[in-house]
Write a protein that binds this ligand. Structure first.
Ligand code: DGY
Length: 321
């Protein structure tokens, strides 16, 4: 019987799968994120063969030292910027993630943010609850249409491509920047590749960020690039917080040099940059773009499958490199 440690409770289906496969499963009893010291001391209590980690766990050499028998760290997320993959490679530890199962959900959520922002839904809801609605008026809370706008996608991976499709169906023109051009996507929805990322910032009415967090993408959305945006343009981020220079975003919002923003992720989660909550033209949500019952369940199944395969001696399907 092999021992598995799960750093926080996940949907039961994943835990049951691991138990049904004959493994002994320990789930952290803390209803919250384990600090690194807490994680290390938890891992040192037993000789774990596998660890199921979350994007809120910083997994590095010290954590690997605390679980010397662990063959796999299965991250319950598609993003894996919380894991020192190079160090894992040196130690022959396999790292897996959960791609694919959350693509549609995150793309839908991204599009909900775009719709909510342009149609000012959170503002309208607050206004109505506050008892300010005194009857229909021709110019009450005027929003903007998506049809006819130019949507700029940064990162045309699985999620970015699905947002491109939604944008196309809503009648928007799509431009995108990625490390590689995607001709199939261009043929499918008429998206236009912009080799120079700055052209996306200059031309788009709505910019949606879908790049992974890597050293090269930290502050990809920099102050200089935010300043290239049109005055009536919007920024949406459902990827990782540090891709956007959040302080610089507050500055351009304060200066009124962009129209608004919607963020599901933040530079120093769960903290927010000072000033961010002040703006009515900003939507902020707590990193829930993939949070539907079915998707979080599928992520649990996939993370469990990665561990089960590994402990059977097979290569898991979703090894990250
Ligand atoms: C991920 O999987 O990387 C998302 O940010 C959380 O679901």
């Amino acid at each position: 019987m092999e021992k598995i440690y799960i750093t926080r409770h996940i949907p039961e289906i994943g835990i049951e799968m691991l138990k049904d496969a004959g493994h002994e499963v320990t789930v952290s009893e803390k209803d919250g994120v384990l600090s690194k010291d807490e994680l290390i001391s938890e891992l040192q209590k037993e000789e774990y063969d596998a660890v199921l980690s979350l994007l809120t766990d910083q997994i590095d050499a010290e954590v690997y030292d605390a679980a010397p028998k662990a063959k796999i760290f299965a991250n319950y997320a598609v993003g894996f910027n919380n894991i020192d993959v190079e160090e894992a490679k040196k130690r022959n530890i396999t790292i897996t993630n959960t791609p694919g199962v959350l693509t549609e959900t995150v793309a839908e959520y991204t599009f909900s943010l775009i719709l909510s922002l342009l149609h000012r839904i959170p503002e309208a809801d607050k206004f109505t609850r506050a008892g300010k609605y005194e009857g229909w008026a021709p110019e009450l809370l005027l929003g903007r249409n998506i049809a006819g706008k130019t949507i700029g996608i940064l990162g045309a991976g699985r999620i970015g491509q699905q947002v491109v499709r939604h944008a196309h169906h809503f009648g928007a023109k799509v431009i995108y920047n990625d490390i590689k051009q995607n001709e199939a996507l261009e043929q499918e929805v008429g998206a236009e590749f912009k080799k120079d990322i700055n052209d996306v910032f200059k031309e788009a009415d709505i910019i949606s960020v879908h790049v992974p967090l890597l050293p090269a993408t930290k502050h990809l959305v920099s102050k200089e690039r935010l300043e290239l945006m049109k005055e009536d343009a919007y920024l949406i981020n459902t990827s990782r917080g540090p891709v956007v220079d959040e302080k610089a975003l507050v500055e351009v919002l304060r200066a009124g040099s962009i129209k608004g923003a919607a963020l599901d992720v933040f530079e120093e989660e769960p903290k927010l940059a000072p000033g961010l909550v002040e703006f009515p033209n900003v939507i902020i949500t707590p990193h829930i773009a993939s949070a539907t019952e079915s998707t979080r369940g599928k992520m649990a199944e996939l993370a469990a499958t990665n561990i089960i395969d590994m402990l059977k001696g097979e290569k898991p399907k979703h090894v990250v490199s």
